[in-house]
Design a protein around this ligand. Structure first.
Ligand SMILES: CC(C)(COP(=O)(O)OP(=O)(O)OC[C@H]1O[C@@H](n2cnc3c(N)ncnc32)[C@H](O)[C@@H]1OP(=O)(O)O)[C@@H](O)C(=O)NCCC(=O)NCCS
Length: 193
């Protein structure tokens, strides 16, 4: 297993699963045992931060629905995030809505509560970006988050994302309206960092 600086990845094959190894985390394919853990991680507070829709508890058949998700690697893919030390499944990240003519895609990520604010998110995003720029040949990666999620904003800034815009009062959470933050990173910025 090869350890590399954050954001510069190495591909390995272990137990038949394709993996991207960083220094402290790896991205790998989801396995069945991860799905129950997802439900533990997607608690009410996390749902309020992670998704823009109503933060309802995931349905009981969420696990089956996730597993049955149609395999569309060209437009949507979710990696499981695992610690290299101990092999703990700690969250997931991936891309959706790939616009191939423009070579632009949106990413998403969640890290389970016990594992947050320890640098795992930053490294996972960096590995994902490396894959998207160097393997998928994308020109731009962007994401949307909320002003009430400073951990996410800081994590993305540390990965090189710049603030591109703000949609005012775009979401109602916890009794108030909040702005949505749009952040983006260009291929050239990533490669020259
Ligand atoms: C957003 C998320 C993926 C970030 O991953 P993470 O592992 O927690 O983040 P990291 O530890 O890599 O980086 C967090 C940064 O925010 C900082 N931070 C933590 N709490 C903070 C706070 N309340 N205010 C400001 N900065 C904060 C950390 O110090 C760190 O910055 P640093 O590297 O300069 O020290 C993770 O917190 C998460 O999954 N949250 C819930 C779901 C979610 O919000 N998903 C993203 C939706 S857009």
């Amino acid at each position: 297993m090869c350890a590399t600086p954050c954001g510069r990845s190495t591909f390995t094959l272990k137990k038949g699963l394709s993996m991207i190894d960083g220094t402290r985390v790896r991205l790998r394919a989801y396995g069945k045992s991860d799905y129950t853990k997802i439900l533990d991680y997607l608690d009410f507070e996390t749902m309020k931060l992670y998704r823009g829709e109503l933060p309802l508890p995931p349905p009981l058949d969420y696990e089956a629905k996730w597993a049955a998700q149609e395999y569309k690697p060209n437009s949507l893919y979710d990696w499981a995030i695992e610690t290299i030390d101990g092999g703990h499944y700690i969250g997931g990240c991936g891309y959706a809505r790939v616009d191939w003519p423009s070579r632009v895609a949106e990413i998403n990520i969640f890290i389970g509560k016990p594992w947050r604010a320890q640098g795992y998110g930053r490294e996972a995003v960096s590995l994902l970006l490396d894959f998207m720029f160097k393997q998928m040949n994308l020109n731009k990666v962007f994401l949307k988050t909320w002003t009430f999620n400073p951990t996410a904003v800081r994590c993305y800034e540390r990965c090189g994302f710049v603030h591109e815009g703000r949609l005012r009062q775009q979401i109602f959470r916890d009794g108030d309206y909040h702005d949505q933050v749009v952040m983006g990173l260009l291929r050239q910025e990533w490669l020259s960092a």
